[in-house]
Design a protein around this ligand. Sequence first.
Ligand SMILES: [Cu+2]
Length: 120
Amino acid sequence: MSLFYKSATLFSCFLVVLLGIFLVSTGFKPETPNTEAPVTHVVTIHQMKFDPEKLVVKKGDVVQWVNKDIVPHDVTEINKKWTSKILEKDAKYKKVITENLNYFCSLHVIMKGSVTVKNH
Ligand SMILES: [Cu+2]
């Protein structure tokens, strides 16, 4: 390796480091995640419980309930404004969340859960 080549390589490395320092100092953040994109949250139904029982989401996020019990369950709004179909084992139900939600399982009324919409 010639001395010229070595020093050229060294110089390039120096430039890369300098560029890195410059970008960090100017507050440049690579691949800033889009925090507004809707997120899907999973509530697992198992052992006669919604897990997590209490969930905090952003407006527009999706909640997906998945029944992992061998017995069927459903997801029913606390005032019975709506209900999912009966969810057999491994069945799923999805809902876009636009407001706070309290729900229960109409087949086992002791099973309850809530989804709270958090403002960002
Ligand atoms: Cu149930």
